[in-house]
Design a protein around this ligand. Structure first.
Ligand code: NAG
Ligand code: CA
Ligand code: CA
Length: 331
């Protein structure tokens, strides 16, 4: 039985992560990976990485650039943002020369012009995808097929557009397909305990380090301040499940906002109080290969089985009571 989120896969051993550079936390490696991951979700600096634009990091200062190869070997960061298949941004064409310049296509498609010089999105040829640099770029689809990279996956999915098979095919997790142990009931019940604690710690860390990064809005800072300043707060570290459970009971109020906050981070396309599979992907996909209860946890979260996780369902599966679910807290 695992006691902590075990993020000890090969690629995750990259010692310097971007989060470490930005946040400078002295947590153990596992926690660092987690922090990094939420930074990616939360940080304005990383907003681009969850859209289809090239990540901003590439144009950053030398120190970040230097760290990039190693950052790249962190599976959590690498593929973040690779899942926004639903977003298609088409801007006005301002450039007469190349109509494709401002014509953005969704994942799996590239822009081409027809005879009238009108730009259009067509399926990308998978062979035009950049060759995968390493195993960590591989992705596993829900049919348990490994693709070299998410580019290869989306190009293939595009070629099946309009078919039932194509509709059902989606990206499941980061890394090559592997055997994932069944999640036992007892393990499933431990999952929210650890994740709740982690969410709270991530928020506190963001708060502590927020000055330059603006990872949190003013409203969010006010909420986190209360948690941060609470003397009874359980400090970050390895805690037994008993202690985590006890702390949740005793300091329940401190967990309410972090759970709401994470929901708000994910509910973006569109912001409607429901998480689609695509919206959940940035959290789910890096987590599955490390946490074998991830799939089961999020599946049972959708208690009415409508394929969307509503805020009430989300809060409920983290143990937040109905009367404490507040959509105004998703800020
Ligand atoms: C998926 O593929 C992996 C590797 O090929 C295999 O070990 C595993 O058992 C497969 N899982 C399922 C559910 O078929
Ligand atoms: Ca949504
Ligand atoms: Ca639902």
């Amino acid at each position: 039985m695992k006691k902590t989120f075990s993020i000890v896969q090969g690629p995750a051993t990259a010692d310097i992560s971007l989060a470490f550079l930005l946040v400078g936390v002295t947590y153990d490696r596992k926690m660092r990976v987690w922090i990094l991951f939420v930074l990616c979700l939360a940080g304005n600096a990383f907003a681009a990485s969850i859209t289809e634009e090239p990540p901003i990091v590439e144009e950053e200062e030398p120190i970040l650039e230097e760290a990039l190869p190693e950052v790249g070997s962190n599976p959590v960061q690498v593929e973040i943002g690779e899942f926004d298949e639903a977003i298609e941004v088409v801007e006005d064409n301002l450039n007469e020369e190349n109509p494709c310049l401002n014509h953005h296509c969704k994942k799996g498609k590239v822009c081409e012009v027809d005879e009238e010089n009108t730009p259009m999105c067509v399926c990308q040829d998978p062979t035009s995808c950049p060759a995968a640099i390493g195993e960590y770029e591989h992705v596993c689809a829900n049919d348990n097929t490994t693709y070299d990279s998410s580019c290869h996956f989306f190009a293939h999915k595009c070629s099946l557009e309009g078919t039932k098979k194509g509709h059902k095919l989606h990206l499941d997790y980061i890394g090559s397909c592997k055997f994932i142990e069944p999640c036992l009931d007892v393990e499933l019940s431990e999952f929210p305990l650890r994740m709740r604690d982690w969410l709270k710690n991530v928020l506190v860390t963001l708060y502590e380090r927020d000055e330059e990064n603006n990872m949190l809005t003013e409203k969010q800072k006010l909420r986190v301040k209360k948690i941060y300043e609470n003397e009874k707060r359980l400090q970050a570290g390895e805690h037994s499940l008993d202690l985590l459970a006890h702390d949740f009971e005793k300091n329940y109020n401190m967990y309410i906002f972090p759970v709401h906050w994470q929901f708000g981070q994910l509910d973006q396309h569109p912001i409607d109080g429901f998480l689609s599979h695509t919206e959940l992907a940035p959290l789910r996909a890096p987590l599955i290969p490390m946490e074998h209860c991830t799939t089961r946890f999020f599946d049972q979260c959708d208690s009415d089985n409508d394929k969307y996780i509503a805020l009430e369902e989300w809060a409920g599966c983290f143990g937040i009571k109905d009367q404490d679910v507040d959509k105004d807290m998703v800020i």
